[in-house]
Design a protein around this ligand. Structure first.
Ligand SMILES: C[S@@+](CC[C@H](N)C(=O)[O-])C[C@H]1O[C@@H](n2cnc3c(N)ncnc32)[C@H](O)[C@@H]1O
Length: 480
């Protein structure tokens, strides 16, 4: 891919806009069935829907379906743009084939075009991936986008930018965007993606924090190459030469050196669950005295993990599959790894501790606003809650279960519909407390009334229930 100059950018943007090559435009052209099939990497239904030869069909076939297209149609779809000279396509025998993936991406009202390497595995055809493969918008990219706290910032850093997707999404709320990578092709494609979208991106070459020595940022995001694999792993988009989960450890440990006071570092991560150790304790040694939250969304045993990533590399069914499998398992064994945790870490650069938990349940997306909210509450709630006038949040429902005809329920669960969609089992006193939180009486007044009602000393009720009330406020069941 060559540098995208102003005239090439204008030409490409005009061609895309003219053809309606947008997320909605493509969805409408393909229809629900072909769109869903394409999301499963199946192109046949989409080929049937794109036979008109107009500019939109040409673009979809070229970039999304990776089909050869007659050069006359490509010239018509991109008037005045030399896609061959830009390194986006190649021509041979009157036909044109894409060398790169160039696709629309949208988030609400905002719309972009992103340049990355071609999606592997369409229609089940797998070829070995080049070591410097540049990943397009993956489900992991989307998870990080959805995790990112919605703050405006002076400066942000996107480590391992790949095609530049994270920075692109930050562009309308961050003044100076810096992005780093070690893969020269990624650096070129990130620059091209930024140029194509009129985004001013400072792209730098180097490992982790090396290219930003002495600099600080309000926001650091990274979807790093976190795959825990034996030495010699050659796919730069997912592996490094670090031992075990060392890449994630380094990113987390060194984040405070590069964050402003109160700055945020958010990453997707894999961590090893080492025999005889709690993974929470391991991660706590990385976040040390900073406020942090680690959420394990999934835990795989070592064989599931190895299979996942061998398949990702297209090696399932290859002659070396079982030997690679065995070598990988041996490596994990040597490091006493009994499982691998997959999730996310948010570090807020203020004094505090780590909250670490496994939460494999469905959550609201984007979760970023909730992450910010939860930190604000954890850090900002007064020590004494008795003066607060709390209100139960709109999304809380109460579920009771018990024997038919029983006078009292056996269990009462309060469940949130939003954020982490938490569920908390409460007793009748706490359920009564939450039920009375309409902003009228203070927390102290409600708990005193409940003490009276249950014939218990107020001090006991306060010491039993205030910690639980605090938890309900932090988790967003109660607002103040
Ligand atoms: C999983 S991809 C993420 C791409 C993109 N940021 C996203 O969210 O989809 C990881 C990226 O990290 C880059 N990378 C690998 N080793 C690195 C290192 N030591 N320092 C910085 N980036 C690295 C890879 O080249 C790749 O582009």
């Amino acid at each position: 891919m060559h540098e995208l100059t102003g005239s090439a950018v204008d030409g490409l943007r005009a061609a895309f806009a003219g053809a309606g090559y947008t997320v909605d435009g493509v969805a409408e052209r393909l229809g629900a069935q072909a769109n869903a099939a394409l999301a499963r990497n199946e192109t046949a239904p989409a080929v049937r829907r794109t036979s008109s030869g107009d500019a939109l069909d040409t673009m979809v076939r070229l970039f999304l379906l990776q089909r050869p297209v007659p050069e006359t149609l490509v010239d018509k779809a991109f008037p005045g743009v030399d896609l061959v000279a830009l390194g986006i396509v190649e021509r041979s025998g009157g036909e044109v084939k894409a060398l790169l993936d160039l696709r629309p991406f949208a988030d609400g009202e905002r719309e972009w075009w992103v340049i990355a390497d071609l999606t592997p595995g369409l229609d089940g055809v797998r070829e070995p991936m080049r070591p410097d493969y540049v990943l397009g918008i993956s489900s992991a990219s989307l998870s990080l986008i959805q995790l990112t706290v919605p703050i405006a910032a002076e400066r942000s850093l996107d480590i391992g930018t790949g095609c530049g997707i994270q920075s692109l999404l930050l562009a309308d709320r961050v003044k100076h965007l810096t992005a780093t990578d070690v893969n020269p092709r990624a650096l070129r494609l990130a620059r091209a993606t930024a140029a194509l979208n009129h985004v001013d991106l400072d792209v730098r070459d180097g490992s982790l924090y090396e290219p930003v020595k002495g600099e600080r940022f309000e926001l650091i995001v990274s979807n790093p190459p976190y795959v825990i694999s034996p030495p010699g792993g050659e796919l730069t988009y997912r592996e490094t030469g670090f031992v075990g989960d060392g890449v994630v450890e380094q990113l987390v440990r060194r984040a405070p050196e590069h964050l402003t006071d109160g700055g945020w570092c958010q990453l997707l991560a894999n961590w090893t669950c080492v025999r005889g150790e709690d993974w929470q304790d391991r991660v706590a040694t990385w976040t040390t005295d900073r406020a942090a939250w680690a959420v394990q969304r999934e835990q795989l045993d070592t064989s599931e993990y190895v299979e996942l990533w061998l398949r990702d590399a297209g090696l399932h069914g290859s002659p070396e599959y079982t030997s690679r499998y065995d070598e990988w398992m041996r490596y994990l064994d040597q490091h006493d790894v009994e499982a691998i945790g997959m999730g996310w870490i948010t570090l807020h650069n203020v004094p505090g501790t780590l909250d670490a938990e496994a939460w494999p349940y469905e959550i609201e997306r984007p979760i970023g606003p909730h992450v910010l909210h939860r930190f604000e509450r954890r850090e900002g709630l007064p020590k004494d809650l008795t003066g607060l006038h709390l209100r139960v949040a709109d999304d809380v429902i109460q579920e009771t279960t018990g024997r038919p005809g029983a006078e009292d329920p056996a269990t009462i669960v309060l469940r949130r519909q939003r954020g982490m969609r938490r569920a908390e089992q409460v007793d009748t006193v706490l359920a009564g407390f939450v039920g009375a939180c309409d902003g009228d009486l203070s927390t102290g007044q409600i708990l005193a009334a409940l003490a009276d009602l249950t014939d218990r000393p107020v001090v006991d009720v306060l010491s039993d229930y205030l910690p639980q009330v605090r938890n309900l406020v932090v988790e967003g069941f109660l607002d103040y």
